[in-house]
Design a protein around this ligand. Structure first.
Ligand code: PLP
Ligand code: LYS
Length: 466
């Protein structure tokens, strides 16, 4: 789903083997800074460290698997967004990964927060996140969720269906408040990303169709409801996107709709949200855009579109999730078994099984996502072995990294880390096979602390009340 060709790994030659797998990288011990957290290093003795802490010590203290989060990396990316989009609003998309600590960092770095369930909202409230900086999303928000959001005083609700407009208007009226709403518009953009994470093409569940007239009709209905205040239009074209082409089309279509609204209703909408979706490097083949450059071109795109429509430029907002949370986290696993398996053409693939798998990272199975992994508890001079990093679940599709090279001497007890797992891994984790979900350990300046604790067998048993 990213642009990456397989295998995930340090910079590798272009040559492909007969089975379509790229040739082995020159140095299996190298860590591409594009892919690994800012403070993840390999020491001279071959052992990797995060923010100065030895991964073997982290494994001993917190167990494996564990998500290790480089707090400075997360914060610096959040800050870069806030600075690059100064004059606009940045809402961190909590669906990528949210817990109280993260909500506090996001608040401290001056961003807003996008939540899309009462659970995410509850975490934000628990963290004391300023509620006027919260945007509430979702294609099927319940009446209870809308009521909770209004009672909490969230800053905006992005409406996604005609039913929700009525539901929200009722809930707001009963409370004697006016809900600030944006309309999520399906702008008909084919984002160049995996089908399951593209969200603005026609014939999918999100938003009101622009082409079909539903978006204009949603605006008409909202404007007739005194308990709703229409503040703007919203579009989110998809995720893991590397260029601005799709945003350009989306912005010009949203501005076209805003101009039609002005002509029909005499109303100029003050806000415009272009959603999230900016891609990150999962492998060395990915080439993510620079945030400042991206911000500049998005602002320019909106200004151009408004100038040609004769509209005042609305306040812009964006909702990055992956680009802030993704790159700063690695998942640390312990190798349990290594099994050489004969594959076509007389080759052998080493199936390297780790102590987690699809329950802590579903993205490979779900989107055919590519990842980079490395042996991190030591360096190795052994030759590269064509490998597959797999989990411990009862499922042959339980693959963490489909094709990669690992040192041929990799063995049980070694620690392996998978890079760029901060977004949509812990937040999409499951208890398949009744595995407890791993902890999230934040590391900063040589200190580590658990910000989400490991789920234990007792936690799982506690839910079993039959
Ligand atoms: C409405 C909305 N905003 C923001 C995001 C965050 O996307 P990303 O993590 O790709 O930046 C998503 C998820 O794709 C979304 O659905
Ligand atoms: N969960 C997806 C992205 C969708 C995000 C929400 N619309 C991923 O892992 O890439």
């Amino acid at each position: 789903m990213s642009r990456s060709a397989h295998p995930a790994g340090p910079r590798h030659a272009e040559v492909l083997h007969a089975d379509g797998v790229a040739a082995a990288p020159e140095d299996l011990n190298a860590l591409d800074p594009l892919v690994w957290p800012q403070n993840f290093r390999r020491r001279d003795d071959g052992v990797c460290t995060l923010a100065g802490l030895d991964v073997r010590d982290l494994a001993a203290e917190f167990g494996t698997p564990a998500y290790l989060l480089d707090e400075s990396d997360f914060r610096s990316r959040a800050r870069a967004y806030a600075e690059s989009f100064a004059g606009s609003d940045v809402f961190y998309a909590g669906k990528a990964f949210l817990c109280s600590a993260v909500a506090r960092w996001v608040a401290e770095e001056g961003l807003g927060l996008d939540v899309c369930s009462s659970g995410e909202l509850a975490i934000a409230l628990r963290a004391g996140f300023p509620t006027e900086r919260i945007a509430f999303h979702g294609n099927n928000k319940s009446t209870a969720e809308l009521a909770t959001a209004l009672d909490a005083g969230v800053g905006r609700i992005v409406v996604d269906s005609f039913a929700e407009i009525v539901r929200l208007a009722d809930v707001a009226r009963e409370r004697g408040v006016r809900a600030r709403v944006q309309v999520r518009v399906t702008v008909g953009v084919e984002a160049h990303t995996h089908e399951f994470i593209a969200t603005a093409h026609e014939d999918q569940k999100f938003g009101f169709s622009l082409a079909g007239g539903a978006a204009a009709e949603a605006v008409r209905r909202i404007l007739m409801l005194p308990s709703l205040e229409l503040i703007g239009l919203h579009s989110h074209i998809g995720s893991q996107i590397f260029d601005t082409d799709g945003f350009e089309v989306a912005a010009s279509r949203l501005v076209g709709l805003a101009s039609a609204i002005r002509d029909e209703h005499g109303v100029e909408l003050p806000e415009l949200d272009l959603g999230g979706g900016l891609g990150i490097a999962y492998t060395s083949d990915d080439d993510p855009a620079d945030v400042a450059a991206m911000a500049k071109s998005l602002v320019a795109i909106v200004e151009r579109a408004c100038a040609s429509a004769g509209l005042a430029v609305p306040r812009l907002s964006v909702e990055p999730g992956r680009a802030i949370a993704g790159p700063g986290t690695v998942t640390l696993y312990e190798v349990g078994t290594v099994k050489p398996v004969a594959v076509s053409g007389g080759a052998t693939r080493a199936y390297v099984s780790v102590d987690g798998g699809m329950s802590d990272n579903i993205r490979t199975a779900l989107y055919d996502a590519s990842y980079t992994a490395a042996l991190v508890s030591r360096a190795s001079d052994a030759p590269p072995a064509l490998s597959r990093l797999v989990g411990k679940h009862c499922e042959s599709g339980d693959i963490v990294v489909r094709d990669l090279y690992l040192p041929a001497d990799i063995a049980p007890g070694d620690l392996v880390a998978v890079a760029a797992t901060g977004a949509y891994c812990r937040s999409m984790a499951s208890n398949y096979n009744l595995l407890g979900r791993p902890p999230v350990v934040a590391v900063r300046d040589g200190e580590a602390r658990v910000i989400v604790r490991r789920e234990t067998d007792e936690d799982l048993a506690r839910l079993d009340v039959g």
